[in-house]
Design a protein around this ligand. Structure first.
Ligand code: GAP
Length: 514
């Protein structure tokens, strides 16, 4: 466990050192759970968004995009349920004066049982070697069974308390399991109370006072309230989808794990409107389609798993998360929900206007059902960053930090490196960069030794380095160095565009989805 924590710390430090992610307002000692993307981070993030956007809007004839405002009429959040129910259970420790999510404290306690079980399994695997039957061990070992039983008891009690919104019981669990504040080490807890996660601000200034508005906690409602606009102006027929990428804001109580849980983050959401009764068929379609989108990146299919929700929100009739193996365990990156006609019906009720679809085949009008796919850009960024980072041992005490990004997502696609800073090589490098930069993000780097420059490009995940040497001036050929294999080949300058576009084009990734 400690080792994984160290790996994660190294990754966070690397993200800062190489211009990917900075703490917001760092020169003022930072702002908690808010981050800025640097010169390389913004490129990676834009490439992730482009991959999602094009997969949604260009590969599906029946999906269009919108860009709705962050500020929306406050009644929208009443209708959607966010004003009344978008809460987290919160508890304070009276000694450390720190605030925690009561559910997270209990979940951490549950995870301790999992750790104990895993430790027993690891010990036994070491002891028995090749002949170890893990499945059998988990089912029969008395110590494992004892931990599993205690885990189940706590999990059941916790789920029941959460489902019943029983805040007193949540506190009682914390007391019964003697959960202590990690800072003060004491059990001096306040009662548990609900905390709404929406940020509020004021709009305008009238004699009667300004209107209280919220920073949107999800982009989805901007899609629901534009359903009629898009359906009518786009003459859309069911089934069809509306996609959107944009910022969302949540006043998270416990913000941790770097950009995994932020107070300002970005979502890529798509609402797919379908005929009532057909929603589960489409839910299944989107479950598979979205997994394929993730897998096409080639980060390793074993790093993904579905987590189907046992307990569904009252308006949902199916829900699953796509989880990714982060250094701190499998975590949700994307949610896929069958939301019935809850949101559109609520808006119908609150705005007093009909939000329906006339189905020409059935000859009747109805409120469409919705399948939602919702993925966090920042979590996607984190999952790619963590799984592509490698501190690679090159033998003889040498090593390199390398980011094995899928080439289509790499912030810089190629770097042109003149071997020496004289004899016309820098000018030749510029000439080549000026040709390539129309199609590829392309840097020229002429400082330091060629070895150091290769390392710098490896560290930001540049898939190709193009080295210009004296031979280039004679025969118009260059050395093309491959990031992952570090192999080099001699190629013609005239062929560079063709070679690079075959390797780094987003189209190659998109074609895998068909
Ligand atoms: N419209 C549905 C919705 O917002 P959600 O599960 O609350 O559902 C969807 O959020 C996705 O947004 C999550 O799977 C996650 O990737 C991302 N997300 C949610 N809260 C986040 C936070 N505080 N920081 C970063 N990403 C977050």
């Amino acid at each position: 466990m400690a080792k994984q924590e160290d790996v994660f710390k190294t990754i966070i430090a690397h993200a800062k050192e190489y211009g990917f992610v900075f703490q917001s307002s760092e020169i003022y000692d930072g702002l908690s759970a808010v981050y800025d993307y640097g010169q390389n981070g913004v490129e990676l993030k834009n490439n992730i968004k482009r991959y999602w956007w094009e997969a949604m809007t260009m590969l599906h004839d029946n999906i269009v995009g919108i860009d709705s405002a962050i500020f929306m009429h406050p009644t929208i959040w009443k209708a959607s349920g966010h004003v009344d129910a978008f809460n987290d259970p919160l508890i304070d420790n009276k000694d450390s004066k720190k605030r925690y999510r009561a559910d997270v404290l209990i979940e951490d306690e549950i995870a301790k049982f999992d750790e104990k079980i895993n430790k027993e399994v690891a010990k036994a695997a070491k002891r028995f070697g090749e002949s170890f039957d893990e499945e059998m061990f988990r089912q029969t070992n008395p110590r494992v069974l004892e931990h599993a039983k205690k885990r189940e008891e706590l999990h059941t009690r916790f789920s029941e308390a959460m489902n019943a919104n029983d805040l007193a019981e949540l506190k009682q669990i914390i007391l019964d399991y003697e959960i202590v504040d990690p800072i003060s080490g004491t059990r001096n807890w306040t009662d548990v109370r609900q905390f709404n996660l929406m940020f509020k601000t004021e709009m305008g200034s009238t004699a009667d006072g300004a209107m209280e508005v919220y920073l949107r906690p999800e982009t989805a409602q901007g899609i629901f309230v534009n359903y009629l606009n898009v359906q009518k102006t786009g003459r859309m027929r069911l089934p069809f989808g509306i996609a959107q990428i944009g910022k969302a804001f949540r006043n998270e109580i416990v913000a941790r794990q770097f950009i995994f849980r932020m107070r300002e983050f970005e979502q890529m959401e798509m609402q797919f409107f379908v005929r009532p009764g057909e929603e589960l068929k489409w839910f299944d379609f989107w479950r598979q389609t979205r997994l394929k989108w993730h897998e096409a990146l080639g980060l390793g299919n074993e790093k993904y798993r579905f987590h189907d929700h046992e307990k569904l929100a009252h308006y949902a009739n199916a829900a699953t998360d796509i989880e990714f193996q982060m250094p701190f365990g499998f975590k949700e990156v994307e949610g896929i929900h069958s939301r019935t006609n809850f949101d559109l019906s609520q808006h119908e009720k609150f705005c007093g206007k009909k939000i329906q679809y006339f189905d020409p085949e059935l000859g009747e009008s109805y409120v469409p059902y919705v399948i939602e796919t919702s993925i966090g850009v920042d979590r996607m960024f984190l999952s790619i960053f963590c799984s592509c980072y490698e501190d690679q041992d090159l033998g003889n005490g040498d090593h390199r930090a390398v980011l094995h990004f899928p080439p289509a997502l790499a912030p810089v696609k190629c770097a042109v490196l003149p071997l020496v800073k004289k004899d016309g090589l820098p000018e030749k490098a510029r000439e080549i960069q000026h040709r390539l930069r129309f199609d590829f993000t392309c840097q020229v780097d002429e400082k330091d030794s060629i070895g150091k420059r290769y390392r710098r490009q490896d560290a930001i995940g540049t898939p190709y380095c193009i080295t210009i040497d004296h031979q280039t001036l004679e025969d118009d050929t260059v050395t093309l160095r491959h990031r992952d294999s570090m192999e080099q080949e001699r190629v013609k300058v005239a062929d560079l565009e063709k070679i690079l576009s075959e390797k780094v084009s987003l189209n190659n990734l998109l074609k895998k989805l068909l």
